[in-house]
Ligand binder design. Structure first.
Ligand SMILES: [Zn+2]
Length: 199
């Protein structure tokens, strides 16, 4: 990297740690920040601090929220008989965009991946099982990603949940295999939900 004064080098270094940001993009972002007014730059820095300090995981569903329990868990208009299990909070926002699903969510914040040493205890799964016990939930929709980890996770959860007499369904493969739920367009996601099959 070319020589830059210390504060700028540090800013470039921080940006280059972000996912998908190479050293060129990091430099571009750093120079962009320098071009901002002091007010704008402070607002940017403050929003990072505020998000980090105020966002937490919902103690019921595991979604990211600033209030616990989250607004979905406390929304009395939602259908409490159905829980849609997803891998990440970004998947919840993808599902919410299609506006068809009116049930509740459970966010695993990960997926089972033996190759990476991630087992069932390393994701937010135990709380789902506890949540289902004595609940009014009659269907669990497994909307984990259609890749190896997502499929393995779905199979594992199905084996745990089905013996309790709860219907377990898996969303259809409208989403390209290996793709992420969060990147699926609304029509694809809507069809994937519609075409879900029993496990
Ligand atoms: Zn919640």
């Amino acid at each position: 990297m070319k020589y830059y004064a210390k504060p700028l080098t540090k800013l470039i270094g921080e940006f280059s740690k972000l996912p998908g940001i190479g050293s060129k993009s990091a430099q571009r972002l750093a120079f962009y920040v320098l071009s901002l007014s002091e007010t704008e730059a402070t607002a940017l820095a403050q929003s990072i601090i505020d998000a980090k300090l105020n966002m937490k995981y919902c103690s019921i569903c595991g979604n990211l929220t600033d209030v616990d329990p989250c607004s979905v868990c406390t929304d009395s208009s939602r259908d409490r008989n159905t829980i849609c299990v997803v891998e990440s909070p970004r998947d919840v926002s993808a599902m919410e965009r299609i506006r068809e699903f009116r049930g509740l969510y459970h966010v695993l914040n990960g997926a089972i991946s033996p190759m990476d040493g991630i087992g069932p205890d390393d994701i937010n799964l135990k709380s789902l099982i506890i949540r289902l016990q004595g609940s009014e939930v009659s269907e669990v929709i497994l909307a984990t990603n259609p890749n190896i980890e997502g499929e393995a996770t779905a199979m594992y959860i199905a084996r745990l949940v089905k013996p309790a007499g709860i219907r377990v369904t898996r969303i259809a493969h409208g989403i390209p295999v290996g793709g992420d739920l969060e990147y699926a367009d609304e029509v694809t996601l809507s069809k994937a939900m519609e075409g879900r099959r029993d496990l």
